[in-house]
Write a protein that binds this ligand. Structure first.
Ligand code: AMP
Length: 286
């Protein structure tokens, strides 16, 4: 485990000198099989002779003031075991003091902001979220200096925003987006699923059921569907789950993330739903 920025950068430099390829998986920890599928993908990308680095850092600047920063689940021991079992070479676990030194986050003043893809959906509900994400990911890229970084399609908009940042700022690395890993009943794996009570865990199926219903509607229709009508139907379906409250349901072009008024095969759907107090997101290609 490496905890200092200087230590990680030194390691990265020594690998670079030897021509060792580095695959990187940034996470906020409390690892699950979805994270580990990204680790496997990173290993595939760099091979046996390469190095796989996983970072665990619950980044304060991507949480809003009323969000779950302080109670975000953590279990470093278990995360270490999972990473060891999967053959991760280095676990990078910096402190807030390492990532935001010199008088802390309040005094931190350099941010990376993506101004187009980050505007809608999560950007509306969580106005400072992506600024925090792009800033921390840019910092981590400068610290770990990977040739490949793997992100999950579970956070579709995040992956798109990071890809755009890498393109626009000429980061010398490739972004790979790996598919969403799900529980057997369809719930997308997430560290936040830990917050759910037994009853809420059942009702959280509203998200994947809504996606399945939309996919079925697109499949069984010969023409494109009006987005508003489909959205209204999905609101109804989700409202059958009393603990569930829709934040947004969006249909959009998977490249531009621009909303569409007509939904057809290839349209991307994303939704955010509160289940009790827990905010869950999911998405899929229709
Ligand atoms: P997090 O720890 O939630 O910030 O996620 C770290 C990385 O893991 C991000 O790239 C996520 O998109 C990805 N991830 C989280 N959950 C899943 C999942 N169920 N399947 C695939 N990737 C995931």
């Amino acid at each position: 485990m490496v905890t200092s920025v200087a230590g990680m950068q030194q390691l990265a430099k020594s690998w670079q000198r030897k021509g060792v390829r580095v695959g990187f998986v940034p996470t906020m920890g409390y690892l699950h099989a979805g994270h580990m599928s990204l680790v496997k993908r990173a290993r595939q990308m760099v091979g046996k002779s390469g190095k796989v680095v996983v970072s665990i850092y619950v980044n304060p600047t991507q949480f809003g003031p009323k969000e779950d920063l302080s109670r975000y689940p953590r279990d470093l021991k278990r995360d270490q075991q999972l990473c060891r079992a999967e053959g991760v070479d280095v676990l990078f676990v910096p402190s807030d003091q390492e990532m935001y030194p010199q008088n802390g986050i309040g005094a931190y003043s350099t941010y990376v902001v993506e101004e187009t893809l980050s505007r809608g959906m999560e950007g509306v509900s969580r106005p400072t979220h992506f600024r925090g994400v792009t800033t921390i990911v840019a910092k981590l890229f400068n610290i770990v200096q990977p040739q490949v970084a793997v992100f999950g399609a579970k956070d579709f908009q995040q992956a798109a925003v990071v890809q755009r940042m890498v393109r626009d700022l000429n980061f010398p690395l490739k972004i790979v987006v790996a598919p969403t890993h799900r529980e057997p009943d369809g719930l997308a794996m997430s560290s936040r699923n830990k917050y759910l009570s037994t009853d809420e865990r059942q009702q959280a199926l509203a998200l994947s059921l809504a996606i399945k219903a939309a996919q079925q509607a697109v499949k069984s229709s010969k023409q494109s569907l009006a987005a508003n009508k489909l959205r209204a139907n999905l609101f109804k379906l989700i409202s059958q789950h009393p603990a569930a409250r829709v934040d947004y349901i969006e249909f959009f072009d998977p490249q531009t993330l621009q909303p569409v008024t007509q939904v057809s095969c290839g349209t991307q759907m994303a939704l955010a739903v509160f289940v009790g107090r827990t905010r869950l997101i999911d998405n899929a290609r229709l």
